[in-house]
Design a protein around this ligand. Structure first.
Ligand SMILES: Cc1ncc(COP(=O)(O)O)c(C=O)c1O
Length: 394
């Protein structure tokens, strides 16, 4: 049985008529750039997240650059982020002339370790980039990533902002709809507490387009206005440029598609949660809970399972399991095989192997299993039994 890691076509078959209708409406209207669909999607999603403004842009990577620039980050500014994420989380800092400071992750969630962030800001941990010791007072911002669909502790993030005056840009590319429950019972969504946040509409994302797309969220009117200007070449009025910006608009057809899919988003998330619970049960039934580390299920948050990532005791075991799954035609993938602080393009920052040991270990031992709302129980049974058998061989 061939099982894909992700399958766009199963979902499309169920909503095909609506999608084709939405595309037809856009083209028939003749308004194909920044029309009603982009505007309405921006408003609908901003309301869903719980913020005042949404600004649709060409992709999540541009959303990060534009939002970070609107927050005032430029040459030589230090920005804290995680090394265990997609490249764009850190490249946006460098693209603006800033300097990323990578902080290791929490091995239970794979998200940035906020204890380390606080220790660094308090001067309890010294950071040296090459020969230069970073003065924490010079750190301007932090980009936490709600990785694989699990929210960083939003309550703590808000406290960090208050305590240290850091700008926060939430990278919610993978986590649309994920929730954090505050100690006082309040509930907030990822993307709602930062000075700005971004979501990616890359096709494999939980709210995915049929092409590229992204959005910036903010409660700050000035930041919103700046982002709107930056996405159209820095022009407030057409052909009159306040600054040199980008051509980075969310495509009107993709916005129309996303508005159809948005109606089903909560249902898709519920399905992902169900599938995650089914995985846990299947791993338990196979007595694998001691050998395979599954994503933790916590009461104080809603994980939206953009990815279902499991961890093995060593790189050798992980690679063996991966090979066996692939031999059977079961899709799986390594997110992410090389942490960002060790990427060649960031070599000038002076990081070395061993500097961020948790990220390095996790990169070598994790594996993402098939996860999408239409994944069937019998497919999950096959996946887990293949893993179980492969573990007995080693
Ligand atoms: C964590 C994270 N940040 C940023 C991005 C960039 O989004 P995009 O691919 O839409 O440019 C992605 C998506 O791949 C991502 O997973």
């Amino acid at each position: 049985m061939k099982i894909p890691l992700f399958d766009l076509t199963r979902q499309y078959l169920k909503i095909k008529d609506e999608i084709l209708g939405a595309i037809d409406n856009v083209i028939s209207s003749g308004r194909v750039i920044l029309g009603e669909n982009v505007k309405n999607l921006e408003e609908e999603l901003a309301q869903f997240i719980g913020v005042r403004h949404g600004i649709g842009v060409a992709n999540g990577s541009d959303a990060l650059v534009i939002a970070l620039r609107a927050l005032g980050i430029s040459n030589d500014d230090y920005v804290i982020t995680t090394p265990y994420t997609f490249f764009a989380t850190a490249s946006c800092i460098v693209r603006l002339g800033g300097i990323p400071i990578f902080v290791d992750i929490d091995p239970n969630t794979y998200n940035i370790d906020l204890n380390v962030v606080e220790d660094l800001m308090d001067g309890k941990i010294k950071i040296k980039l090459g020969d230069v010791e970073v003065n924490p007072k010079k750190i301007k911002a932090i980009i936490p990533v709600h990785l694989f669909g699990q929210t960083v502790n939003l309550e703590r993030l808000e406290n960090i902002r208050k305590k240290y005056g850091l700008k926060i840009l939430e990278d919610a590319a993978q986590s649309v709809g994920s929730i954090w429950k505050y100690k006082n019972g309040e509930i907030k969504k990822s993307g709602s507490v930062g000075d700005a946040s971004i979501v990616s509409f890359f096709p494999t994302k939980n709210l995915g387009a049929y092409g590229d797309g992204g959005i910036i969220f903010t409660n700050d009117d000035t930041v919103a206005e700046q982002c709107r200007i930056l996405r159209v070449h820095g022009a407030k009025r057409k052909y009159f440029h306040e600054t040199v910006g980008y051509n980075s608009r969310l495509d009107e057809i993709q916005a129309a598609i996303l508005r159809v899919k948005f109606k089903y988003l909560n249902g898709y998330i519920e399905r992902r949660i169900e599938i995650a619970k089914r995985y846990v049960k299947l791993f338990k039934d196979e007595n694998l809970m001691e050998i395979v580390k599954l994503p933790n299920l916590f009461d104080d948050r809603r994980h939206v399972y953009h990815q279902f990532v499991v961890r093995f005791e060593s790189e050798k075991v992980r690679n063996h399991v991966k090979q066996k799954l692939e031999n059977k035609g079961i899709g799986c993938s390594i997110y992410y095989p090389l942490p960002l602080h060790l990427q060649k393009c960031f070599g000038n920052l002076g990081y070395e192997q061993g500097d961020l040991p948790i990220s390095e270990k996790v990169s070598k031992t994790t594996l993402a299993l098939p996860m999408f709302p239409e994944l069937e129980l019998e497919e999950q049974v096959e996946i887990v039994s293949t893993i179980s058998k492969s573990l007995k061989e080693i």
